[in-house]
Design a protein around this ligand. Structure first.
Ligand SMILES: *[C@@H]1O[C@H](CO)[C@@H](O)[C@H](O)[C@H]1NC(C)=O
Ligand SMILES: *[C@@H]1O[C@H](CO)[C@@H](O)[C@H](O)[C@H]1NC(C)=O
Length: 309
């Protein structure tokens, strides 16, 4: 066999050995842009909940100048016009988180020019909620400085008889559950709706962000993200992310059924090679390969934490 042909056969063999080679999007790792670091940091700086947080460890720490450090593992869309996204997340219970620490996983729909942004997911944040329970949350901002969590201020409009209300606790049985969240711009009223369920086929409306709230997203959003994150104070040990397992294990935390939503409310796959992967602290947390697959696009993320800077 001529040398070149033998080499080609070898290359084909190696490629076929890699189970992700044909179906993963080519993802490159970037430094998380500064503007994005803001929206995994989601204190409602300007809402009524400010009152309850004054005197909190977090508020005192920021006064004393102790730095609160965000850590994140994420995928971000390429810049294009989007009408929404859907994803299913693993949800966990960590009843012993300390004040000053938080763990979250969420989806984000945003406009990069105006910094309009809608977020929903789960979080454990003793400083914010006064307990170490897992809470379902929503958040919005129009400038990445002033924002609002849950129903702390006017903005998100909950629907009557919704199965869940922003801020409610989620109670993962035996420490684990799945939630599916869908944020999309409704064709009927133009508002940005949030649907919730425990699996992708049984979603129901939670409420909506009125289009009048979001000048920068009158027609569409241009930035979609799926994010795992943690916070801790500088010098303190950062908590685990996801469920603490590295993404190379299939027991790690995941985002599943990851899709964009079109103008008719239907899901569609991210184009190959269009997503950017992020890891803020590789030694503590990792973002797994994004897998485009028929049974649902997914990636694993997380890690044991333990970073102090
Ligand atoms: C933030 O505070 C300013 C000044 O009090 C107020 O005018 C503005 O409406 C507030 N924004 C939100 C989102 O609550
Ligand atoms: C969550 O989803 C995974 C993957 O589809 C499934 O294997 C698991 O049984 C689900 N867990 C629960 C508690 O529903």
């Amino acid at each position: 066999m001529p040398h070149v042909a033998r080499l080609l056969v070898l290359v084909l063999f190696v490629v076929s050995l890699d189970p992700w080679a044909s179906k993963s999007t080519a993802s490159s790792y970037h430094e998380y842009p500064r503007r994005l670091a803001h929206h995994i940091r989601m204190p409602s700086l300007n809402s009524s909940s400010k009152v309850t947080r004054t005197g909190s460890d977090r508020a005192e720490a920021s006064i004393k100048g102790v730095e609160e450090i965000p850590h994140y593992c994420a995928y971000q869309s390429g810049e294009a016009a989007y009408a929404g996204t859907i994803a299913t997340m693993d949800v966990y219970a960590f009843p012993n988180l300390k004040k000053g620490q938080s763990i979250s996983a969420h989806i984000s729909v945003a406009d990069s020019q105006t910094s309009n942004q809608l977020v929903s997911g789960w979080e454990i944040d003793p400083d914010l909620y006064g307990d170490s329970k897992t809470h379902f949350f929503v958040y919005w901002t129009t400038d990445r400085k002033n924002g609002c969590s849950n129903l702390d201020c006017d903005g998100f409009v909950p629907v009557n008889l919704a199965t869940i209300t922003p801020g409610d606790t989620l109670e993962p049985s035996r420490g684990h559950m799945n939630i599916t969240l869908k944020i999309f711009k409704s064709k009927e009223d133009g508002d940005w709706w949030l649907h919730f369920g425990h699996d992708i086929n049984n979603l129901s409306p939670v409420g909506y962000w009125p289009k009048s709230l979001l000048n920068g997203m009158q027609d569409h959003a241009d930035d979609i993200e799926w994010v795992g994150s943690t916070f801790s104070f500088s010098g303190e040990i950062s908590p685990l992310m996801g469920n603490g397992h590295w993404p190379r294990s299939n027991s790690a935390a995941s985002f599943r059924n990851v899709q964009y939503i079109d103008r008719n409310g239907k899901g569609y796959d991210p184009p190959m090679g269009s997503l950017h992967a992020f890891e803020s602290h590789k030694q503590c947390y990792r973002t797994g390969v994004f897998q485009l697959q028929v049974q649902g696009n997914m990636f694993y993320y997380g890690g044991p934490g333990g970073c102090t800077g």
